[in-house]
Design a protein around this ligand. Structure first.
Ligand code: FUB
Length: 311
């Protein structure tokens, strides 16, 4: 018996703790993670998939916040922002991101502002990472004069450089856009540009900086990295926050959901790829689950492809 227990212990030790592709929750379906570290806590801001079993479109009305102090066990802090917080918004609580600034937390979200095809970007603000959050502008920060604009105004990622200048990237399908934000965080500083070199861009940009290099990870759906209808996560690097960018390859292969959405962050000395898939029981393309896996760097500043754990 002692030998059996010892063998089992050694096997468990060798396998290490279960980690990764397990969803951060199975109580609800979550998608489109954005990650933020404040103090000793990792916050994940997620969308909330509410499509019925077999549903063929997104049903998304609010956003949740999850917190963790070990990147393994996550606490659902509940609905911290919803469409009801934007009286001018009609639907589609899609992929947002939170950026701290001046002691406040700004939550940028794409919403359907005026009916099908009209995607706008709004911004809410709160005094803590958990809010409470309220509409900071009373209307969209980004909006278009036509429906089904090209690109759609979705999936904002907001990044603050070392000099304090804040940048926002967003877009979908037909390209990525970028602009500087003013220090009020609710208005643009200058014009909207089309950054160069972001090849195969589909949606879901995530911008960050490491060792003086700017990184832009994003969802791509070219045949070089994913099956038709599915997406991989590519990334590019630049020496300037507005580009031009150089394509560096695939950091995450396609997952079990058609869409994917990256958030790359360092927490307690370990880098993570936070993303979503359809692995939760009853999951699907419109019933997704946020998960995370460890991410490792090469000495030359490129990222190793993330291994999607299955435990
Ligand atoms: O969740 C709705 C949309 O699907 C997001 O805006 C995209 O990033 C994709 O995940």
């Amino acid at each position: 018996l002692c030998a059996a227990v010892l063998t089992l212990g050694l096997v468990l030790l060798a396998a290490g703790p279960a980690f990764g592709a397990a969803p951060i929750t199975t109580s609800i379906y979550t998608a489109d993670p954005a990650a933020l570290v404040v103090g000793n806590t990792l916050y994940l801001y997620t969308g909330h998939d509410e499509a019925a079993t077999g549903g063929t479109n997104f049903v998304m009305r609010d956003w949740h916040v999850f917190s963790s102090t070990d990147a393994t066990a996550f606490t659902d802090q509940g609905v911290k922002l919803s469409l009801a917080d934007f009286p001018w918004a009609g639907g589609d609580a899609w992929a947002g991101e939170v950026e701290p600034h001046g002691g406040k937390y700004y939550w940028y979200v794409p919403v359907n502002g005026r009916g099908a095809g009209w995607m706008d970007i709004g911004v809410a603000v709160g005094d803590t990472p958990l809010g409470p959050f309220h509409d900071a502008k009373g209307g969209p920060l980004i909006s278009d004069s036509t429906p089904n604009s090209s690109p759609l105004n979705i999936d904002p990622t907001v990044f603050t450089d070392d000099d304090g200048q804040v940048y926002m990237y967003w877009g979908s399908y037909n390209g990525v856009r970028a602009a500087k934000l003013n220090s009020d965080m609710i208005s643009l500083n200058g014009s909207v540009i089309t950054p160069q070199g972001v090849t195969n861009f589909w949606e879901a940009p995530w911008m960050f900086k490491r060792n003086g290099v700017y990184y832009l990870a994003y969802s791509a759906n070219d045949s070089g990295c994913s099956a038709p209808g599915y997406a991989c996560i590519r990334y590019a690097t630049a020496s300037n926050p507005l580009g031009p960018w150089t394509q560096r390859g695939v950091v995450l292969d396609q997952v079990t959901s058609t869409t994917n959405h990256p958030a790359i962050i360092e927490f307690n000395g370990q880098w993570y790829m936070v993303y979503h898939n359809a692995n939760a029981p009853g999951g699907g393309n419109f019933r997704r689950s946020v998960t995370l896996d460890k991410l490792y760097w090469n000495a030359d500043g490129t990222m190793q492809k993330v291994v999607q754990t299955t435990t």
